[in-house]
Design a protein around this ligand. Structure first.
Ligand SMILES: CC(C)(COP(=O)(O)OP(=O)(O)OC[C@H]1O[C@@H](n2cnc3c(N)ncnc32)[C@H](O)[C@@H]1OP(=O)(O)O)[C@@H](O)C(=O)NCCC(=O)NCCS
Length: 216
């Protein structure tokens, strides 16, 4: 399956989504990997994780890059050799990359019931009041994505989702909000874009994902 969707966030930022429908072998035969990443691929425990990793290389190819243009820093944050910024996320049947002139963070998450169980660990649950059960799941997944995206953007040890990252009030229909990081005696502001991604599976029940992008 080729590219699923492209989202242009602003003049210098685009997000590319891949729907992973190919067998492992097709992905593996299509992309070239560095020796380091070939070893990393072979240490991954699940084929699902391997396919997510390889499909990110399909997206890189689509954007005119390859695995050889990418490197990871000591914390695991990806960087491009040409100085553009990149952020990567994968979740079950989808993967996503964002390419930008600015530092960015993205997070893709399958909307699942489980998010409501763990919500008190990462967010203020009163922010889910007066919503239907379905919308509570959506909103909690977006808030999780906001915190993951800001974490990926900043890439700093010691950031707590619950204690340091705060989303400002938003409605699901707005697709945009703001958030703050209170860390190391400073407050930083972020613009957040979010979108629901429909997997469009005709044979089975369609599963929805949230995609969140954070920028300073
Ligand atoms: C590293 C982390 C951000 C990955 O997020 P995830 O939802 O598990 O997985 P995703 O698929 O969305 O993202 C994985 C990608 O993030 C990128 N990434 C990993 N570490 C990163 C970092 N420190 N900074 C930025 N990006 C990072 C990588 O590109 C990785 O994919 P790849 O290695 O295949 O290229 C996450 O596991 C983490 O450590 N979060 C913060 C810890 C925390 O506070 N957790 C919960 C508290 S309640």
């Amino acid at each position: 399956m080729p590219l699923h969707q492209t989202l242009k966030i602003n003049d210098s930022t685009t997000i590319y989504l891949w729907k992973i429908t190919e067998p492992f072998e097709d992905l593996f035969d299509t992309v070239a990997l560095t020796d380091v990443n070939y070893i990393r691929l072979n240490t991954m425990k699940s084929e699902g994780h391997q396919k997510g990793f390889l499909s990110v290389r399909m997206l890189l190819n689509h954007c005119g890059y390859s695995d050889f243009d990418l490197y990871y820093d000591e914390f695991g944050k990806p960087h491009l050799n040409d100085g553009k910024h990149i952020s990567i996320s994968h979740s079950f049947d989808f993967s996503a990359i964002a390419i930008s002139d600015e530092n960015i963070g993205i997070d893709l998450e399958l909307i699942k019931e489980k998010v409501l169980k763990i919500a008190p660990r990462f967010m203020e649950i009163s922010h889910l009041e007066h919503l239907s059960h379905q919308d509570q799941m959506k909103k909690a997944t977006i808030i999780w994505g906001i915190k993951e995206s800001i974490f990926k953007l900043e890439n700093e040890v010691g950031i707590s989702f619950l204690d340091h990252i705060f989303e400002n009030p938003f409605q699901l229909a707005e697709k945009k909000c703001t958030a703050e990081l209170h860390f190391n005696n400073t407050i930083q502001q972020y613009t957040i874009y979010f979108e629901e991604i429909d997997s469009n599976d005709s044979e089975q029940m369609s599963q929805n994902y949230t995609l969140v992008c954070a920028m300073k």
